[in-house]
Design a protein around this ligand. Structure first.
Ligand code: TPP
Length: 376
């Protein structure tokens, strides 16, 4: 294991002082350390990983120095286009250090949504012609690896990747949690929303702890899981999935349970929802202003007016709530109005330490869900 401070000091020795990216659980200590020690201007937590490649490109164009982009390997998909058509040496040739959390590394036990990505990560980098090394577990070896990366970026003027295995960094808990003081946590808020839904209402829930909590609550309430589609991967796409369902199943109410980080990651989805305008589409955004599932690093939600964004995108009813009474009252308003509609629920960060993971496989979830929509 290496210390976050030692790694950051080493990057600084090599004149890498700019960071952009989306948090990842394997990198959570290092990103927490950056969040606490680097000014926001030089550590941009971006909406998605492609945007981080763009920010690092802008940094390089204006300083002549490579920056670093951090991400989970699942974020590689979000940045293939800017990697091939912007940073690549056959296009603008922009050096940058990619720091990639290697979820699903072959031989390591991980969740189904990470296994495939873990297996193809090296192949993806090879196809993209991006050279890479695995981050060593001592700072002396890391120094040698970084030297090689810097030399490569200097000579070939293009991205170089460092793959980061599980437990590579010593633990560092985020200090600057930008504490909020709302009455509810996500799990409590989900429970209240569930109490206001009909048995036949469909839920498409987002990546991370939202889906895990929904699964556990359904178990505890003995409600079954057939109407819930748990989007365990593909962060930011729950609303698009819900749109696809809502348009084909106009007699069912379709709820998207989103997180602020996921909502922001593919906020463009709102334009399709506003334009296609399904009356049965109901968006619930559990806004804790953070990427809580992977370490609690802040999102940009503190400067956003989520209901106003939805309204400007063509949604009909757009509301915000913080208390149980407000949630119940505003959900009723939404349920009696034509959609698409959105309820932002402002919540406190936090979740149970013993939260488990869905016991059903994604394919079992899909089969049961399609049965409930009479498609099997
Ligand atoms: C493309 C992609 N990038 C990053 C991740 C890692 N990741 C999983 S959950 C999560 C945080 C989600 O934040 P938010 O939607 O605000 O929900 P919260 O965890 O706060 O409930 C992140 C960054 C991912 N799964 N996929």
């Amino acid at each position: 294991m290496i210390s976050c401070k030692a790694f950051l000091d080493l990057l600084s020795e090599y004149d890498i002082n700019f960071f952009a990216g989306v948090p990842d659980s394997l990198l959570s200590s290092f990103i927490a350390y950056l969040t606490d020690h680097i000014a926001e201007k030089n550590n941009i937590i971006t909406c998605n990983e492609g945007n981080a490649i763009a920010c690092a490109t802008g940094y390089y164009l204006s300083t002549g120095k490579p920056g670093a982009v951090y991400m989970q390997n699942s974020g590689l998909g979000n940045c293939i286009n800017p990697l091939t058509s912007l940073a690549d040496k056959e296009v603008y040739s922009i050096p940058m250090l990619l720091i990639v959390g290697w979820r699903g590394e072959p031989g390591m036990k991980d969740e189904p949504q990470h296994s495939k990505q873990g297996r193809v990560t090296c192949g993806m980098l090879e196809n993209l012609e991006i050279p890479y090394s695995i981050l060593p577990d001592s700072i002396a070896e890391t120094r040698k690896t970084l030297k090689k990366a810097i030399q490569y970026m200097g000579k070939d003027q293009c991205p170089y990747a460092l793959l980061v295995r599980k437990d590579s960094f010593e633990s560092y808990p985020l200090q600057d949690t930008k504490a909020t003081y709302y009455p509810l946590k996500r799990e409590e808020a989900i429970k209240i929303v569930l109490s206001c839904l009909k048995e036949t209402d469909v839920i498409v829930s987002t990546t991370g702890k939202t889906s895990r909590e929904l699964f556990e609550l359904r178990e505890r309430l003995q409600q079954g899981h057939a109407c819930d589609f748990l989007t365990v991967g593909s962060m930011g796409h729950a609303s698009g999935i819900a749109l696809g369902i809502a348009l084909q199943q106009p007699s069912r109410n379709v709820y998207c349970f989103d997180g602020d980080g996921a909502f922001i990651m593919h906020m463009g989805s709102l334009t399709s929802i506003g334009k296609l305008h399904p009356s049965n589409f109901r968006h619930v955004v559990f806004n804790n202003f953070a990427h809580e599932s992977v370490g609690g690093q802040p999102t940009a939600a503190d400067v956003l007016d989520v209901p106003a964004i939805a309204e400007a995108s063509g949604y009909e009813t757009c509301l915000s709530a913080t208390t149980e009474a407000e949630i119940k009252e505003r959900l009723e308003v939404m349920q009696n109005a034509a959609g698409p509609s959105l309820l932002e629920i402002r919540i406190n960060i936090g979740s149970r330490g013993d939260l488990s993971r869905p016991k059903k496989t994604p394919k079992e979830n899909k089969e049961e869900f399609m049965n409930s929509l009479n498609q099997r």
